[in-house]
Write a protein that binds this ligand. Structure first.
Ligand SMILES: [Zn+2]
Length: 242
């Protein structure tokens, strides 16, 4: 698959609307191509900004500013044509700047963790590999990512492993391990630690989801679920002591 072909399928890929074979082809290309990985990451950021409430207010102000600018300009007509696109571009860069200035990188990652969790549930893309067997899930990641995520089943502690998939965090590939607690899904994102989270260990609540972050053996872990705080604490403890 070429970069152009990836570009054509980018939106559908990010929205997880591609058929399995095409998605895998895009994924394989993106895994090996930094430029396309950046495009995926940017497209995902834009999608998140559109979904994020505080930014709803921005486009009106920005539209007014663009309109004022285009009124002053000689090429009013052309600018007007591009005004809609400009609003999106300005809104997205303003939003990104706002995100960077008001939250740490760790905070932005935590938001991304929640967004990925919600997306995995909404678009029915919870698994690339569906198995309760850690000896099936662990090797599945081999060759797909350049690190080996620790994969353990926690059925004995009441948190059975149900599968895994490839995901992205901060534009980098991450292993997503999926655990179940009754009807609740727990996504655990694992990626090499880049020292970019705000603190080595943290707990926070974002839009009703509990998020835990910790670092162990050079790996960065993010656990996210709508499970109650106490049970998620038990889960993280079970994972950490396994
Ligand atoms: Zn490419």
């Amino acid at each position: 698959m070429t970069c152009d072909e990836v570009g054509r399928d980018l939106d559908a890929y990010v929205d997880r609307e591609l058929d399995g074979e095409t998605a895998r082809a895009v994924h394989d290309h993106v895994s090996a191509c930094a430029a396309c990985r950046r495009r995926v990451s940017e497209r995902e950021s834009l999608g998140r900004l559109v979904q994020t409430m505080p930014y709803y207010a921005a486009p009106d102000r920005l539209r007014a500013r663009v309109a004022a600018q285009s009124a002053r300009s000689r090429s009013t007509r052309r600018l007007a044509t591009w005004a809609a696109a400009a609003v999106i571009v300005i809104a997205s860069s303003a939003g990104v700047a706002l995100l960077r200035s008001t939250t740490s990188r760790g905070g932005a990652l935590a938001d991304e963790v929640v967004a990925s969790h919600v997306r995995s549930l909404m678009v029915n893309h919870l698994f690339d590999v569906q198995s309760t067997d850690q000896h099936t899930v662990k090797p599945w990641f081999l060759g797909k990512i350049d690190f080996a995520p620790p994969v353990v089943d926690l059925a004995a502690s009441g948190f059975p492993l149900v599968g895994g998939r490839l995901d992205y965090l901060g534009g980098e590939p991450a292993a997503a391990l999926v655990y179940q607690r009754q009807k609740h899904t727990i996504n655990v994102f694992v990626a090499p630690d880049r020292g970019d989270a705000s603190s080595p260990a943290s707990a926070q609540s974002i839009r009703g989801f509990h998020v835990r972050h910790w670092v162990r053996d050079g790996m960065s872990f993010w656990a996210v679920s709508d499970l109650n705080d106490a049970e998620l604490t038990t889960f993280v403890h079970a994972l950490e002591t396994s």
